[in-house]
Design a protein around this ligand. Structure first.
Ligand SMILES: O=C(O)CCC(=O)C(=O)O
Length: 348
């Protein structure tokens, strides 16, 4: 990439509302080697505070998410705090959730790890109050298929997360595993056409005696606990084995989790909801939001107008003024940058 191109990308990134996050090549390599990457302080404290306040209001019965039953009025405060466990797809009905799904600094990292073109697929709000359950070993691509498989999760800590209150645990190396089909039939996904692959049972079940993916996962030498402070984001690919334990502390462990893929992957998934073209082998890309870059495939607009590539292409869309194929590559300063392919210095 020429110095002019590089400085143009940087200057234009600076014009975004948020201070852009520049991913180091070393971080990209760590993500590929370990299967995950924790980025410290990616989201600003005042923004995380908005999310914490909103979930506090929900637990107190002062705020709701459309379509999600609120705690009954006649229960105690302690019972109210345990009313919610996990809310799926809040970004489709809640502006705040859409804002975090499309958070530019989260998307800056995604762009470098699996981009440059990013489709935003899914959100989950985890409450995980004292005593609430964890999620046993699983692989996210079992639940959300993308073709080719470019799925990635971004786990944003709302509260500090540690071993006692149920932080994430990752099994490095397992990002190279196939997706094990589950004979519970929760989805039809999994690498079922690999004839030698065994089905597993009860992925996500916290009990390792029930969840047989644990037999494969526990064969690995290491499982790493990923502690996080509010505002830290843990990125992890769709194949890596990961889990979390019950919150056995007296502290809250809330997290906002989003999933994305490269916007040039087909996505035959709409959170179990029907979508146009499904019966004819079509995909649901038109239901998901283009967060960054460009794509030849359909995409949706954000319902609440959060700025992203779908509605603000000048800033978040095609970022070099031409239509050449582009990839993220390392520059001379060790940062991941967008590079057009016919730059002979970078092609091989
Ligand atoms: O936050 C948790 O406890 C589990 C999250 C998780 O495993 C996931 O989002 O895939």
């Amino acid at each position: 990439m020429s110095i002019e191109d590089s400085s143009m990308v940087f200057a234009e990134a600076l014009s975004r509302a948020h201070k852009p996050y520049r991913v180091r090549v070393a971080d990209y390599m760590a993500f590929r080697r370990q299967g995950y990457l924790r980025v410290k302080s990616l989201v600003a404290p005042d923004e995380v505070a908005d999310l914490a306040a909103f979930t506090d209001d929900m637990m107190a019965g002062r705020a709701t998410i459309p379509g999600v039953p609120a705690p009954p009025a006649d229960i105690s405060e302690a019972e109210r705090r345990l009313h919610y466990e996990r809310i799926h797809m809040p970004h489709r009905v809640c502006e705040l959730a859409e804002r975090f799904l499309l958070h530019p600094r989260i998307v800056d990292v995604l762009e470098a790890l699996i981009g440059p073109d990013i489709l935003a697929l899914q959100t989950m709000l985890f409450f995980k109050q004292p005593g609430q359950a964890g999620q046993g070993f699983h692989q996210d691509s079992y639940y959300i298929p993308t073709q080719p498989d470019t799925l990635i999760g971004a786990w944003l800590a709302i509260d500090a997360a540690d071993e006692d209150n149920g932080c994430l645990w990752m099994t490095p190396g397992s990002q190279h595993e196939p997706i094990y089909p589950d004979c519970d039939g929760a989805t039809r996904q999994g690498d079922t056409i690999l004839s030698d692959i065994d089905s597993i049972q009860a992925a996500s079940h916290p009990d390792v005696a029930v969840n047989t993916l644990a037999r494969i996962a526990l064969d690995y030498d290491t499982e790493i606990k990923i502690e996080a402070e509010p505002g830290d984001v843990i990125f992890f690919g769709g194949h890596i084995f990961h889990r979390s334990h019950q919150n056995s502390s007296q502290r809250s462990r809330r997290a906002f989790v989003s999933h994305y893929c490269n916007a040039r992957s087909r996505v035959p998934w709409n959170h179990g909801l029907p979508y146009a073209g499904e019966d004819n082998g079509g995909a649901a890309n038109h239901e998901h939001i283009l967060a960054r870059g460009a794509t030849h495939l359909p995409y949706a607009q954000p319902k609440f107008g959060t700025p992203c590539a779908a509605n603000t292409p000048d800033i978040y869309g095609e970022r070099l003024d031409d239509h050449r194929v582009k990839s993220m590559m390392g520059d001379d300063n060790g940062f991941m940058v967008l590079v057009p392919h016919d730059d002979v210095d970078h092609d091989h």
